[in-house]
Design a protein around this ligand. Structure first.
Ligand SMILES: [Zn+2]
Ligand SMILES: [Zn+2]
Length: 167
């Protein structure tokens, strides 16, 4: 759980507080199944009093193990997220849907950080933008060189195209 004491900035209208932490995945409540973080995650942020709400702005950066969607190789990449969230005092009027609420001098920022980092993960990871993937015929990693298979006849659409070019 990551908590920030906001007692001071609540009193001053233009108050802001900066903070920096190194967080373990468990502190972010991220399990290895959700995201295979490697080592700790760097957090830098500010909480500012912008009048009726407290505004959290945070930057997260760490390392994550991903599996390439084309060649299935596991690789380590940078995981980064930017989080901007409003925290409303409990009982305030016009609280936005799903907004975070605080009712003491301490706000709990684990949830927005956790969500931000998980949402920033790509749906399909690639070990490199031009990864050539695996040969559909023999399963060889085409990044390591061509295996010599005739892959054009595998896909019927491509086979038709081949026939067309031949004619
Ligand atoms: Zn790949
Ligand atoms: Zn092959």
């Amino acid at each position: 759980m990551i908590k920030i004491n906001v007692a001071e900035i609540k009193k001053r209208l233009v108050g802001a507080k900066t903070f920096a932490f190194a967080l373990e995945p468990a502190e972010l409540e991220i399990t290895p199944e959700e995201m295979a973080l490697v080592g700790s995650v760097k957090l830098e942020g500010t909480i500012s009093n912008v009048g009726d709400v407290l505004l959290l702005k945070a930057q997260l950066s760490g390392q994550v193990k991903r599996t390439c969607g084309r060649c299935l190789k596991e690789f380590t990449a940078a995981a980064e997220a930017e989080v901007v969230e409003k925290f409303y005092p409990a009982g305030a009027e016009n609280i936005e849907n799903d907004a975070f609420v605080y009712d003491s001098d301490v706000i709990e920022i684990t949830e927005p950080l956790r969500e931000g980092l998980l949402l920033a993960e790509p749906m399909q990871a690639l070990c490199k933008p031009d990864c050539r993937g695996l040969c559909p015929v023999c399963g060889a990693d085409l990044n390591k060189g061509d295996c010599g298979c005739d892959r054009l006849t595998v896909d019927p659409r491509l086979a038709a195209l081949k026939q067309f070019i031949k004619n």
